[in-house]
Design a protein around this ligand. Structure first.
Ligand code: DX5
Ligand code: ZN
Length: 228
C-alpha cells in the first residue's frame, strides 16, 4: 500500500499571490495539487479555468489533479490537457451533460489519468458499471460548489465498496475523498480505504501549511498503523 497522498485544493488559497501559495504548499509536503473547476451551471459557483491551471503548471512539477464540476466536460477537456493536467475527474450525474464513457476514454487517449466522481446524493450503483473505464474514483463528502463545508461521513460506505473492488482487481484505482477533510476525520477516511485526501480549508487555514498537512497525513497513516 503506497503512502497517503495529500492533495491541497487551491480553491482555499490566496489568489492574489497564487504562485507563492503553490510554492509554499509544495514545500510543506503536498503530493498533488487539486484544481476545482466550477462553471456556475453544474454547480452554483464559478472558480477558474484552464489559464489558471496553466499558471499553476508553471509553478510546480507536482501532479495536477483537475476536478471538473462543469457541464460538457468533453468539450472543455482538451484545454485542461493542454494546460498540463495529469489527472482529470468528471462527474457521472446526468446534469453534467456529457457521454461519460466517451469522456473517460478521451481523457485516457490524451495521456491523462481518468477520474470519475459522484455527488453525495448519487448512488454508488451509477458508477459500478463503469469500473474499468477509470483510474481514480473521487468520492465527494460535501455537495460540490464551495469549500469549507462539513464532512459527510455517510459517504464512507462508497469508499468501502470501492476498496472492495480493489481487492479483486489487478488494475487498482486510486480512491480519493474530497470535501471537509480534516485531521479529525482523516483516520476514518483512510480506514474506509481511501488513499488520496483532498483538503482545502484544513491545509490553508492558519498559515502553517506544513503542520496542517502533517496533521492530516499523520491521522491517515496512523489509521493504517503506520508512522507519519
Ligand atoms: C468542493 C470541492 C472541494 C473543496 C475542498 O466543491 O470540490 O475540493 O473545495 O475544500 P474543503 O476541504 O474546504 O472542503
Ligand atoms: Zn474537488
Amino acid at each position: 500500500m503506497g503512502k497517503v497522498i495529500i492533495a491541497p485544493s487551491i480553491l482555499a488559497a490566496d489568489f492574489s499571490r497564487l504562485a507563492q501559495e503553490i510554492h509554499r504548499v509544495e514545500a510543506a509536503g503536498a503530493d498533488w495539487i487539486h484544481c476545482d473547476i466550477m462553471d456556475g451551471h453544474f454547480v452554483d459557483n464559478i472558480s477558474f479555468g484552464p489559464d489558471v491551471v496553466q499558471l499553476v503548471r508553471k509553478e510546480t512539477s507536482l501532479p495536477l489533479d483537475v476536478h471538473l464540476m462543469i457541464e460538457h466536460a468533453d468539450h472543455y477537456l482538451p484545454r485542461f490537457v493542454k494546460a498540463g493536467a495529469n489527472s482529470i475527474t468528471v462527474h457521472v450525474e446526468r446534469e453534467a451533460k456529457h457521454d461519460v464513457v466517451k469522456t473517460l476514454q478521451q481523457i485516457r487517449d490524451a495521456g491523462c489519468r481518468a477520474g470519475l466522481t459522484l455527488n453525495p446524493n448519487t448512488p454508488f450503483e451509477m458508477i459500478e458499471p463503469l469500473l474499468g473505464n477509470f483510474d481514480l474514483l473521487l468520492v465527494m463528502t460535501v455537495h460540490p460548489g464551495f469549500g469549507g463545508q462539513p464532512f459527510r461521513s455517510d459517504q464512507m460506505e462508497k469508499v468501502r465498496q470501492a476498496a472492495k473492488w480493489n481487492q479483486s482487481r489487478e488494475h487498482k484505482i486510486d480512491i480519493e475523498v474530497d470535501g471537509g477533510v480534516t485531521p479529525d476525520n482523516a483516520a476514518k477516511v483512510v480506514q474506509a480505504g481511501a488513499n488520496v485526501l483532498v483538503a482545502g480549508s484544513a491545509v490553508f487555514k492558519g498559515g502553517n501549511y506544513k503542520a496542517n498537512i502533517a496533521a492530516i497525513r499523520g491521522a491517515g497513516q496512523s489509521a493504517r498503523g503506520e508512522a507519519a
